[in-house]
Design a protein around this ligand. Sequence first.
Ligand code: ADP
Ligand code: MG
Length: 310
Amino acid sequence: MKIVLALGGNALGESPKQQLELVKLSAKPIADLIEQGHDVIVAHGNGPQVGMINLAFEESKKMNKKIPDVPFAECNAMSQGYIGYHLQNALREELKDRSIEKSVATIITQVIVDRNDPAFVNPTKPIGGFYSLEEAEKLTEENTYAFVEDAGRGYRRVIASPKPLDIAEIEIISTLVDSGHLVIAVGGGGIPVYEEGHRLIGIDAVIDKDFASSKLAEKLNADYLIILTAVDQVAINFGKPDEKWLSELDVETTNRYIKEGHFAPGSMLPKVEAAKEFALSKKGRKALITSLGKASLGIQGKTGTRIENK
Ligand code: ADP
Ligand code: MG
């Protein structure tokens, strides 16, 4: 099967040292799937990593005026390179250890969004550090940034999270996959860009990696979308006494549970929606949400939550 596998950004740690250790763990279940004969394309989140990059620029700018403004699209590009570097080396090593001949490459991916996506009217995704009201007001004036109060901890910049429409590098990704290479793509949801004639222009936004992965799976005509996260399964009444873990979900039931508010926005909701969108995109396509170590068991139907359009 052709499988797009999305790793959670939280599974990659908060420092280069941590990440270097954690990518070794992430490489194993991916190599397992390859060893079982599947074609795997790897996508990943970047929340903590792009946060680190963005914060480093923000903080150093406060101390040294020569530090330039680094737009969020550029921060995403840096995070794709940084994570891809570690991940491709870990995968290379794991595959060599198993005598599997496969080259691994990270494709710095641009994801096309609609400049008029309604998400730009009401930005929701918090990024970067915390500011006082005074600082936030000053930055808003200087840069037309938007800020929100974050749970009593201060003010945080928010940016838009538009829907992915297309993947600029899809042809090259597809060619590499068809030639048997292992590709890492749409890191951190991809660099958000919009089209203007022949130009692709970066825009201050962050694309949800779950939606970008679903789009990648759809464009590559994959059979399976696997979203790996911190939990083995999706639950209804999550964290409550009547919590119930789910093994199978059809589209109708998924819609009902979404309406009833079972999935937290910003964490489980985008995964469930992305899984549903992929399953809906063509008959026979399946999506699985599970934890890192359970990917193989999950596609055998032994754990995880599978969403299928029956
Ligand atoms: P990732 O870095 O993989 O994107 P997130 O933290 O964004 O991870 O999302 C996964 C988290 O969503 C889980 O660890 C869990 O705490 C939370 N969650 C929220 N609602 C649910 C639910 N209904 N079922 C399972 N987990 C849920
Ligand atoms: Mg997430």
